[in-house]
Design a protein. Sequence first.
Length: 426
Amino acid sequence: MFRQIFPLVFFVLLGCSSGSKDKQQQVARPVASPYDNARALVRINTYNHYNQKMAEGYGIYVEKNKVVAPLSLVKGSFRVKVSPIGTDNFSDVEGFTAHSFDHDLIVMQAVNRCKAPVNLAKAQAPGDTLLSLFWNNRQLYFNKSTPGKPLPGDTLGWVAIAGKAAAGEALFTPTHAFAGMVQQVTMGDSVMTAILPAKAIALMLSRQNELRSVYDLATKSNKTYPSYTTIKGFNIVTDRGNIAIRLYNDTPEYRDNFIRLVSDGFYDSLLIHRVIKGFLIQAGAADTKYAGKHDVVGWQGPGYTLPVVVKPHLFHKRGAVAAAKLPADRNPRNRCDGSQFYIVSGRVWTHAELDDLEKERKTKFTPAQRQAYTTIGGAPHLDGDYTVFGEVTAGMEVADNIARVETGTGDRPVNDIRIRTVKMMR
């Protein structure tokens, strides 16, 4: 299994001729150079539209300018960079030419070319031993693993492997022939580590299309999501209690986007990372899931943005759910984050205060807005600038309690408050 580390050597296989007195040495000749194989391996970093790093992973050069990697690593990103393993020489990916949700695989076109991509023509099926390569202090080493049985019901040639191999790593035979790429495969309710065979990668290369931006994959999926007509609302389960919300059909792009994110478990374990007493609580930043105590958070969304949609009858009354966005100097296109949202706690305003806001902002509040802001309260100064796409139906006292907690830098709560999960209410 993995984690057995050895210095690199060429394997010599011994056999004997049946019925012969003299042992015959049979040498399994290498079909490739392990050093060339190592040069075909890359680390991958993905970035969102704020140019902040989202994830790290691995990939493989299979042609001089084509890299294959897990689609799940790249999907949702705005920018992708690759670097040969053992270096920090990152360069951009220009886009992708093929992808498969079934195999969790993407073919990307890299700016930098590789002189020695893995040789798919000489690929071999996994045998009794598999190797993965890595550099350490300029020395080439390998991890050794033993393949398991073919996955049940599979016709492609997936083979399970033991250990904690990382998705996107290349596996080679003892003769240094390419065997396949490590992938995480869902079988029923469990996730298994397996080898995607080289023939599946070769098939993908034969089906390449025109070059497209990786950003085009941000909202693509072969998953069937529930219809909004079957959902009555959502229950946001936090460390401090539950907040129930409903979404407006007048903002369908935001409604359906929230359904997709909840279905994919995007909000699970994210922090409520920004709270302001008497104003709002904010959550949905992807960079909060594993954030340290003193990390600056709130800059990472799902890798895409949505256009601002202003509906005069949907405004920032107390309990409104709206989409967050970066300030103008960091958001020249004035778009909302794809996942971050805030819940308005707000305060009660007087008619005189609303009159002053009208003069300052050169706008007019409707009777409905004035009625709400002078009775239940809200945040009228946000109207017209953000997309309001839902409202709290129960648990507003939980939001109020969260809004009153002690905060530090960036209005982040001193003690972490997490969204445990978001449940659909049918």
